[in-house]
Design a protein around this ligand. Structure first.
Ligand code: TMP
Length: 214
């Protein structure tokens, strides 16, 4: 089973993923967690470049192809082998991030991005994509507080530093894209407490587990 988590900054993805892993393990699955960008050796180098404030001069197209390169390497060296072994894989972000950030956010054509993604992932699409949805104001405040707590400052802050209307477009893009791909998306209201959010995440996982067993 392949599950991806999506959402803007500060939705609590990390917390929800940890709980999802626990839940799937309780259901007897071997679970691997991973992330994009950065789920392979090459990916970790690309992540540093992509998220650094020093990369502010990256052009939109160059940025796009770096995300696609990260993804192609990630799928072939990590995700597909784990699934072939019978493990469940949970990825913190995947192809939908490209459609939404580079497409709805930066203005590239979402349908073209979908086709490029399909080539990068060689047809490997998630069984379930959980979209943690939150108002950008709330999400960014959470992300900002977390960066301060973790002493991250601006090292990995290129996206947090984008203007609010970019984050608004990304949030709305996610909701549009989720509605267009309703067969695999579950949209979760991420504004509540971690327990309230996880109740919705668990329902989505349980539905996917039931389909898998049927
Ligand atoms: P995060 O995973 O730590 O939230 O940071 C990853 C950032 O990279 C996030 O702001 C979204 C952005 N991103 C894209 O713009 N396109 C992509 O394809 C991916 C995977 C991430």
């Amino acid at each position: 089973m392949f599950v991806t988590f999506e959402g803007i900054e500060g939705t609590g993805k990390t917390t929800q993923i940890a709980r999802a892993v626990e839940h799937l393990r309780e259901n007897g699955l071997e679970v691997e967690t991973t992330l994009e960008p950065g789920g392979s050796r090459l990916g970790r180098e690309l992540r540093r470049i992509l998220l650094s404030m020093e990369s502010r001069d990256l052009t939109g197209r160059a940025e796009l192809f770096l995300y696609l390169a990260d993804r192609a390497q990630h799928v072939e060296t990590f995700i597909r082998p784990a699934l072939m072994r019978g493990a469940a894989v949970i990825s913190d972000r995947y192809a939908d991030s490209t459609v939404v950030y580079q497409g709805y956010g930066r203005g590239l054509d979402p349908n073209l991005l979908h086709r490029l993604n399909d080539t990068a992932v060689d047809g490997l699409w998630p069984d379930l994509t959980i979209l943690l949805d939150i108002e950008p104001e709330t999400g960014l405040k959470r992300a900002f507080d977390r960066n301060i707590r973790e002493g991250k400052q601006n090292k990995e802050g290129r996206f947090e530093a984008e203007a609010m209307d970019f984050h608004q477009r990304v949030r709305e893009g996610y909701l549009t894209w989720a509605a267009l791909n309703a067969d695999r998306f579950a949209v979760v209201d991420a504004s509540g407490s971690p327990d309230e959010v996880f109740a919705q995440v668990r329902d989505a996982l349980d539905r996917a587990l039931a389909i898998r067993q049927s």
